[in-house]
Design a binder for this molecule. Structure first.
Ligand code: WTA
Length: 653
C-alpha cells in the first residue's frame, strides 16, 4: 500500500478515556500487556488455568510443523464439562446460563444445572443414533436454546459440529454436509422471524436428496407447524432427547480433538471449512471474553449475533459458558414486534454488556435516537462492536445514545479463522478512538506490513498480519491442507495473512480498513471503501453508505457510492439531485477531491448477507453493469431491483 493511503486518512481527534470506576477494578491492566510481552508462552500457559483439565498440559505451543500448530498438546479435557458440569459442581447450578427470549414473546430462563441435564440427555441420544467421537454432525437451527444444547452435546461426545446458519438455502446446506461428511443432522420444524413461523425442515429434506450418507435427522419442535417426517430417518428431538437418561459421564479428549468446522466464504466460490480444535480454542474464547468485556460474575452479557456465525460460537456459546456467565439469547429481528425490541430486552434483564455489529448500530441510527431513549439502558457498562469496521459516526452514536455518553465501546477485530478477538481496546486501559480497533489483545502479536512484508511505520497503511500463533487459531481448512497454506500463509513468509488492510496512526494504533479486495485504486491512489463510506455517513443527511470500486477506462477504478438517506430526506427528485452534489463535495472536503465518488446512487436498501455484511461484489457488478452473481444469500432480492433501477435512472440523467 502506498503512502497515498496516508493522505486519505480521515482526521479523528475525539478520545474517550476509560471510566474511572471501570479502570480501578479492570480485569486487564497495563501489567497484563507487560506479562504477555515478557513471556509469550508463559502467558498462554497461565491462561490455560481457566479450564479444568483431565490431564494438565505440560506443553504450551508446538510450532515446529508450521503453519500447523498444536496448543496444550498433551492435555486432555472435555469442552462441555468445562462449559457446564464444573460450574454446577462449584455450587452455581442455579445461576442462569441463558435468558432466552423468543420472537413471539415466550421466554425461558435456563440455569447451568438445567442446561447440563439437557446436554447430557442430548449426548446420550446422539450416541444412541450411532454418533461416535470424530463423527461430524450438522446443526441447522433457529436461535433457540436447543441450538446450544446440540452444540455442547456434540462437544461432550467429541463429535465435531458444523452449524449452518438457518438462513442458508438447501443447496448451501447440502454443500457443507457433503464437504465434511455429515451423517446426522439436527434441525427444527421452523423458527420465528418477523412475526411469522418460517419452516426449516423442508430445506433439510431437499438438501438430503443429494446427501445419501445422512442416516438420521433429529427434529426439534419450535413452531408446531406441519412437518413431514421420513420413516426410519427422522426422529423427534422431544422423543429421542426427552426420553434419554440425564446421566452422562464426560470423557476427556486430547487437546487437539476437532471441536467444530465453520464454513466461511473465500475469494473463490467454494466455501472453506475452518477447523477449530478443543483446548486452544476454549482457552482463547474464555480469556478474550473475560478480557475485552471486563467480565464480572454478576454481568448479564448479550451477543446479539446468530449462533450460525463464529461470533455466536465464540461469544454466545463457548466463551460465556466456559466463564460461567449469564447471557441473553434472542431469537428474532430487532424490529419485531417494534423497533425498540432490543432496548426493551436490555431494560428487562438489566443487560450490562452488549455485543453487536456496526450494521445494526447504523440501522438504529436510521430509526432514530428517540427509540432507545424511551428505555432504561443504565445497566450497560461495556459496548462491543464486531464484524466490520465501525465508522466514527456510528461509534459515537452508539456510545452516546446507547451508552449514555459514558460507556466504553470496544471495537473487536477478529475472524472465523482466528476464533477469538485479536485486536481490541481493553475497556479499563485503552483510551478509545472512534473507529480504531487500537492494539492487539495481550498475548496476540500483529503488525501492518507493506507489499514486501516489511512493517510499515506509524502513519502508514498496509496489510494486517498476525506474526505469532495464537491458541484459538484455525488448524486447517477441512480436507484441504494445501488451501490452508496457500490462503493464509503464503502471501508473507511465516506470518498469517487473512486479507484485511489496516493503517497504523501516528500513535501506532491500528485502524482496520476492511478487506484488501475492498481497497480501490483510483488514478494510482489507493483508497479504502470504508473511509469513503465513513465520510459519507458523517454527513447529517446520510443513514448508511456502501462504496465500491468500479472498473473505469480512464482512472483504473472509479468510486461508486450507494447511500440511504435519513427518513424524510431526498423525497423529491430535485432534492435527491442536490443531495448528490452536496455529498460529493462533502467527501471532497472530508478526505480529498480524489475521493469524490464518480456516482452516488440514492437507494432505499443495501444488499446484505444474512450476517449483515454489505455485498460489495454485487454492488460492484451493478456499478459495472455486469450480470448479477449468486444472490441466494440476499436478505431481500427486491433490493437489487431497486438499486438497479436507481442506477439506470442516474445514467439517463
Ligand atoms: C471484518 C467476524 C473491521 C474483517 C468475527 C475480517 C472487521 C472479517 C472487524 C471477518 C472489526 C471483523 N473492524 N473489520 N472490528 N471485525 N471484521 O469471519 O474484514 O465473519 O476479515 O468474522 O470481518 O469476518 P468473519
Amino acid at each position: 500500500m502506498s503512502d497515498d493511503a496516508l493522505s486519505n486518512l480521515l482526521h479523528e481527534d475525539r478520545r474517550f478515556p476509560p471510566p474511572a470506576d471501570l479502570a480501578a477494578n479492570a480485569n486487564v491492566t497495563a501489567e497484563t500487556y507487560a506479562a504477555a510481552d515478557a513471556d509469550f508462552e508463559g502467558f498462554w500457559a497461565e491462561q490455560a488455568k481457566r479450564l479444568s483439565w483431565g490431564t494438565e498440559p505440560t506443553k504450551t505451543l508446538d510450532w515446529s510443523n508450521a503453519p500447523f500448530a498444536t496448543w496444550y498438546e498433551d492435555g486432555t479435557l472435555n469442552a462441555a464439562y468445562n462449559c457446564l458440569d464444573r460450574h454446577v459442581e462449584a455450587g452455581n447450578g442455579d445461576k442462569v446460563a441463558f435468558h432466552f427470549v423468543g420472537e413471539p414473546g415466550d421466554t425461558r430462563d435456563i440455569t447451568y444445572a438445567e442446561l447440563t441435564k439437557e446436554v447430557c440427555q442430548a449426548a446420550n441420544a446422539l450416541t444412541d443414533l450411532g454418533v461416535e467421537a470424530g463423527d461430524r454432525v450438522a446443526i441447522y437451527l433457529p436461535m433457540i436454546p436447543e441450538a446450544v444444547v446440540a452444540m455442547l452435546a456434540c462437544a461432550r461426545i467429541g463429535a465435531p459440529h458444523t452449524v449452518v446458519f438457518g438462513g442458508f438455502s438447501a443447496d448451501a446446506l447440502a454443500t457443507r454436509i457433503k464437504d465434511c461428511g455429515v451423517e446426522v443432522v439436527i434441525t427444527a420444524d421452523g423458527g420465528y422471524r418477523r412475526g411469522s413461523a418460517a419452516a426449516l425442515k423442508p430445506a433439510v429434506d431437499e438438501a438430503l436428496t443429494e446427501c445419501p450418507d445422512v442416516n438420521h435427522v433429529l427434529v426439534i419442535k419450535r413452531t408446531e407447524q406441519e412437518t413431514a417426517m421420513t420413516e426410519g430417518r427422522d426422529v423427534w428431538w422431544h422423543d429421542a432427547v426427552g426420553n434419554a437418561s440425564p446421566e452422562h459421564t464426560p470423557q476427556n479428549f486430547p487437546a487437539e480433538q476437532p471441536l467444530y468446522i465453520m464454513y466461511t466464504s473465500g475469494s473463490t466460490g467454494q466455501p472453506k471449512g475452518i477447523l477449530h480444535t478443543t483446548a486452544g480454542y476454549l482457552v482463547g474464547c474464555a480469556y478474550t471474553h473475560w478480557a475485552a468485556f471486563d467480565l464480572k460474575d454478576d454481568d448479564v452479557f448479550w451477543t446479539a449475533a446468530d449462533i450460525g456465525w463464529v461470533t455466536g460460537h465464540s461469544y454466545l456459546v463457548y466463551g460465556p459458558l466456559a466463564n460461567g456467565a449469564t447471557s441473553v439469547m434472542y431469537e428474532g429481528t430487532p424490529d419485531t414486534p417494534h423497533k425498540g425490541r432490543w432496548w426493551e430486552i436490555i431494560e428487562k434483564y438489566k443487560v450490562t454488556i452488549l455485543y453487536c455489529a456496526p450494521t445494526a448500530i447504523r440501522t438504529f441510527m436510521k430509526w432514530g435516537a428517540d427509540i432507545p431513549a424511551k428505555f432504561d439502558l443504565s445497566s450497560l457498562r461495556v459496548l462491543g462492536s464486531v464484524g466490520e469496521p465501525i465508522n466514527p459516526e456510528a461509534y459515537v452514536w452508539y456510545r452516546t445514545n446507547i451508552g449514555g455518553d459514558k460507556v466504553p465501546v470496544v471495537d473487536t477485530w477478529w475472524q472465523t479463522e482466528t476464533g477469538m478477538h485479536m485486536i481490541s481496546p481493553m475497556p479499563g486501559v485503552t483510551e478509545g478512538k472512534p473507529g480504531a480497533a487500537m492494539k492487539a489483545v495481550p498475548g496476540v502479536v500483529v503488525d501492518v506490513v507493506n507489499d514486501e512484508g516489511k512493517p510499515v511505520g506509524n502513519g502508514h497503511g498496509g496489510y494486517l498480519v498476525v506474526t505469532k500463533p495464537w491458541p484459538a487459531m484455525l488448524r486447517t481448512i477441512w480436507g484441504d491442507d494445501q488451501r490452508f497454506k496457500d490462503t493464509y500463509w503464503s502471501r508473507f513468509e511465516g506470518v498469517y495473512f487473512a486479507g484485511d488492510g489496516a493503517k497504523k496512526d501516528e500513535d501506532g494504533d491500528i485502524w482496520v480498513l476492511g478487506r484488501v479486495d475492498d481497497v480501490m485504486n483510483v488514478s494510482g491512489h489507493r483508497m479504502s471503501t470504508t473511509e469513503i463510506e465513513s465520510a459519507l455517513v458523517s454527513h447529517e443527511r446520510v443513514a448508511e453508505a456502501a462504496v465500491v470500486g468500479a472498473t473505469d477506462e480512464t482512472t483504473g477504478q472509479a468510486i461508486v457510492a450507494f447511500v440511504i438517506l435519513r427518513a424524510g430526506e431526498g423525497e423529491t427528485a430535485d432534492d435527491a439531485e442536490t443531495i448528490v452534489q452536496t455529498l460529493r463535495n462533502h467527501v471532497a472536503k472530508e478526505i480529498s477531491p480524489i475521493a469524490k465518488p464518480r456516482q452516488i446512487m440514492v437507494v432505499e436498501e443495501l444488499p446484505k448477507t444474512r450476517s449483515g455484511k454489505i455485498m460489495r461484489r454485487l454492488l460492484r457488478d451493478i456499478a459495472e453493469n455486469r450480470e448479477l452473481g449468486d444472490v441466494t444469500t440476499l436478505q431481500d432480492s427486491s433490493v437489487m431491483n431497486l438499486i438497479k433501477d436507481n442506477l439506470e435512472s442516474s445514467k439517463e440523467d
